[in-house]
Design a protein around this ligand. Structure first.
Ligand SMILES: N[C@@H](CCC(=O)N[C@@H](CS)C(=O)NCC(=O)O)C(=O)O
Length: 112
């Protein structure tokens, strides 16, 4: 995700036309328990105090969803779901990009 896409994501997430509850994206992080990059992202999530569902890909269902979406099983990947806008889902890989997105999401939420 480049800076423009990131900005679009954040703008969509807190669009004035939507109520805050409807506009807030639902977040799920695909991980394995032994992946250091995943632990790194989960520590950042804890520090930011964000509500992110953790999906362990040792579960067949989560593994299949991840591979279907990305054609690979590399983790961590953040699934960003917008219930009311298109595109409905964004799969964001790369631990540093995930943390950058979540940090900006938190900052944007605090200023709204
Ligand atoms: N540059 C990536 C590295 C991610 C990575 O190497 N993940 C490992 C686990 S720690 C993995 O999923 N390896 C298995 C694979 O790529 O199929 C990041 O920072 O997120």
């Amino acid at each position: 995700m480049n800076n423009f896409d990131l900005e679009q994501e954040l703008t969509t997430a807190f669009d004035d036309d939507n109520s805050k509850d409807d506009a807030t994206p639902k977040l799920a992080l695909y991980v394995t328990p032994i992946c250091p990059y995943c632990i790194y992202v989960q520590n950042a999530i804890s520090k930011l105090g964000l509500d992110v569902e953790i999906r362990n890909i040792y579960s067949q269902e989560h593994f299949e969803d991840l591979v279907a979406a990305r054609n690979r099983a590399t983790v961590p990947v953040l699934l960003i779901s917008h219930p009311n806008t298109a595109p409905e889902e964004t799969w964001l890989p790369e631990s540093m990009d995930i943390i950058a997105y979540l940090t900006q999401l938190k900052a944007t939420a605090e200023t709204n």
